[in-house]
Ligand binder design. Structure first.
Ligand code: GRF
Length: 198
């Protein structure tokens, strides 16, 4: 057994958080080894970017499956077939079934572009600006059956500037996502590897 957790990253689009983590994982001493990137959309740009880094990247288009349960079962099977130990959600725009989450409990993590528990769900930056908040940010959390909930592992804050738009704010928050997600994944991976060795 290696001292690195076999890690899959699930994406739906450009995959910039996935790339931040995959780049950190190029260090062979890093506790997570990114062995798979999977997307629920064949056109997710992050798939090509992952392949360019030599990472296996697969599409499981959710529309190919008759139900949410069937999609999640196929996804779980693809992860298990590769001996995945840690699942990292990075812009994965699908709600996972309770059965899938139970299967991966304690080993599945997400990043959300708000200061949770504020603004679960979509359009977080627009909602924070609309509410007149002084700051916004991002949160890394363990995934539980409730959407955008679960124990918080890391959080970063950015000020909301007077002329911010959802786009300008999301750019600044995204830079913080890339900064905090890799070390949070590393910390969880190190814990999983230690538990495996115990
Ligand atoms: C990020 O803002 C992430 O917090 C949210 O979706 C976006 C994904 O961006 N869940 P990327 O695909 O990692 O570039």
């Amino acid at each position: 057994m290696t001292s690195r957790a076999r890690t899959a990253i699930l994406i739906s689009g450009r995959g910039s958080n996935m790339l931040a983590i995959a780049r950190a994982a190029q260090d062979p001493e890093w506790p997570a080894d990114v062995v798979l990137v999977a997307a629920n959309k064949a056109k997710a740009a992050g798939l090509e970017a992952a392949r360019a880094m030599g990472i296996e990247a697969i599409a499981l288009p959710h529309r190919d499956y008759p139900s949410r349960e069937a999609f999640d079962m196929a996804l779980s099977a693809a992860l298990k077939a590769r001996g995945i130990e840690l699942v990292v959600l990075a812009g994965f725009m699908r709600i996972l079934t309770p059965a899938f989450i139970r299967d991966w409990e304690g080993r599945i993590v997400n990043i959300h572009p708000s200061l949770l528990p504020k603004y679960q769900g979509l359009d977080t930056h627009a909602r924070a600006i609309e509410a007149g908040d002084a700051e916004a940010g991002c949160t890394v959390h363990l995934v539980t059956e409730k959407l955008d909930d679960g124990p918080i592992l890391a959080q970063a804050r950015v000020p909301i500037l007077p002329d911010d738009t959802p786009d300008s704010l999301s750019g600044r928050v995204l830079a913080e996502e890339h900064r905090i997600y890799p070390p949070a994944v590393a910390a969880l991976a190190a814990r999983l590897v230690a538990a495996r060795a115990a």
